[in-house]
Design a protein around this ligand. Structure first.
Ligand code: GUN
Length: 284
């Protein structure tokens, strides 16, 4: 039977520490860290994610500003908002919620965000720094996965790690983080042959494909650490992961649930990245 590792609990610990750090800054009369979030349009899922980010900032005592722009916003208008936030010395972190409405170019927006305020870690400069093992901003979901692995007491060094999914948001950066911690990493995707057998060699299995309950027991090595990044809705509208929890849990050594797994960690890592940006801006 696997030990179930709740990201919701790990998040609570980290957010308590962040609250204490905020309190210390406030007590010292310092400027407070601030996150600016841009939401274009009315996508309900995006609105709910953005609300979660705002609430998390408030919960730890960090400042935040939500900039809501209409669906019909032009690329030039959006770029002008990013530039204004780039110039604002009160703003430490800038996040533009993705996906953007049709017709807007997210790559261009991401490139416009100052790399030292890019708390999403999506700017090519930060992507490059991750690959060069230089200090920069690392995307929040991959950071959350690594934090959960560490909480499991799993040291990736020398281990076989398999990442299911190669997205820029999760698969590619989490594979690089595992490599940077000396795991032997395989990235699997839609063209991978013998997928269950490849996955079943993993001591560490990260599932980030976006296919409900795809990972069954045959994909999992006895005692493996399984991290489920999937957020899928089933026919009943219930949240389910990429991992078939009921089938995998008896075989794995560690497993993260959905919900209450990686999801809460992502926002917590965003808070950590914003505090890191703040400390760099303050010259600490
Ligand atoms: N949409 C889904 N996940 C993310 C994320 O981590 N950052 C941004 N900016 N948009 C997202």
């Amino acid at each position: 039977m696997a030990q179930v590792i709740y990201g919701s609990e790990v998040s609570k610990d980290i957010r308590t520490q962040l609250s204490e750090q905020m309190e210390a800054l406030r007590g010292a009369g310092a400027r407070m860290p601030k996150l600016a979030v841009i939401l274009v349009g009315n996508n309900p899922a995006s609105l709910s994610y953005v609300t979660g980010k705002e609430k998390a900032c408030a919960q730890v005592g960090m400042e935040s500003e939500l900039i809501r722009l209409p669906e019909a916003t032009t690329q030039d208008e959006l770029m002008a908002v990013v530039r204004r936030l780039n110039e604002d010395p009160a703003v430490d972190g800038i996040l533009c919620q993705l996906p953007l409405p049709r017709g807007l170019d997210s790559a261009q927006v991401i490139r416009e965000i100052r790399p030292d305020k890019d708390v999403d870690g999506f700017h090519p400069i930060n992507v490059g720094k991750l690959h060069l093992k230089e200090d920069g901003f690392v995307p929040c979901t991959p950071l959350g996965c690594m934090e959960l692995l560490h909480r499991m007491g799993v040291n990736p060094s020398g281990k076989r790690a398999v990442v299911l999914g190669r997205s820029n948001l999760v698969g590619a950066p989490v594979a690089r983080l595992l490599l940077n911690e000396n795991a032997t990493v395989t990235i699997c995707h839609s063209k991978t042959e013998n997928l269950p057998q490849v996955c079943a060699e993993a001591d560490i299995l990260i599932a980030a494909v976006g296919r409900a309950k795809m990972v069954t027991a045959e994909y999992v090595k006895e005692g493996a650490a399984v991290i489920d990044v999937g957020i899928n809705r089933n026919e009943q509208g219930k949240l389910v992961g990429d991992v078939d929890f009921a089938s995998v849990e008896p075989k794995a050594g560690f497993i993260t649930p959905v919900p209450k797994g990686v999801g809460p960690m992502t926002i917590t890592m965003l808070l950590k990245n914003t505090l890191k940006a703040y400390r760099q801006h303050e010259g600490e």
